[in-house]
Design a protein around this ligand. Structure first.
Ligand SMILES: Cc1cc2nc3c(=O)[nH]c(=O)nc-3n(C[C@H](O)[C@H](O)[C@H](O)COP(=O)(O)O)c2cc1C
Length: 190
């Protein structure tokens, strides 16, 4: 699949199947992630994937109610970084940016494997760290909820609608300019 199609096919889908995902597939996602660039090649990303039913259940217990749909996921990956692991220049701390690039490569590979993959912020980070034995000093950025496409009949109405609607994005000229900054790039006032 051409790379642009992979990115265009990625959506934060919620209709998941609980069918397990092979270890080799999960490992390929990490192999893709670690190709990401990082300043000084510091590689400030770590991935902890829960598939063990007991560990998965502990992680799922921490999800916010709006993330009910993630209860079906056969795998959940925690993306971890630490600002101390990266180059810092003034107020530019690169670790979360670099971990984000790695997470995007991870997601792109997941799409090419026929998986749905959905990042979430709605969970209790301290409880997830506890469940996955991630030291308190590390930054748990996001959970990636992973599963094969599943039945959408259990999704709430607004989630079903978003699942079936076109992607919502700012027009290109609100995020992209040639040669000079312009005021269209400023966030639009509601
Ligand atoms: C850091 C981050 C946190 C997110 N948290 C949640 C979440 O807790 N629950 C949820 O349903 N979606 C969550 N999303 C998914 C976004 O809502 C989704 O990516 C956005 O609406 C754009 O839709 P698209 O990814 O299908 O293009 C999150 C996405 C990111 C990147």
């Amino acid at each position: 699949m051409p790379v642009l199609s992979i990115f265009q096919n990625r959506r934060a889908y919620r209709a998941l199947d609980s069918k397990p995902i092979d270890e080799e597939v999960l490992t390929r996602l990490v192999e893709a992630a670690i190709t990401a660039p990082s300043a000084n090649n510091s590689q400030p990303w770590r991935f902890i994937t829960a598939t063990d039913p007991a560990v998965l259940a502990e992680v799922k217990n921490t999800l916010t109610p709006g993330n009910y749909w993630a209860q079906k996921a056969p795998a959940i990956t925690a993306v971890v970084t630490n600002n101390d692991w990266s180059l810092v220049i003034g107020d530019r701390v690169f670790a979360p940016f670099e971990a984000g690039m790695a997470a995007m490569a991870y997601q792109a590979q997941a799409v090419s494997e026929g998986l749905h993959i959905h990042p979430i912020a709605g969970f209790n980070a301290d409880a997830v760290k506890e469940a996955l034995k991630i030291p308190a000093s590390e930054m748990l950025l996001t959970l990636l909820i992973i599963g094969y496409p599943g039945d959408d009949s259990e999704l709430r109405e607004h989630h079903l609608k978003s699942e079936r609607s076109p992607r919502v994005r700012l027009p290109l000229d609100h995020v992209y300019a040639k040669d000079r900054w312009n005021d269209r790039l400023l966030p639009q006032k509601p």
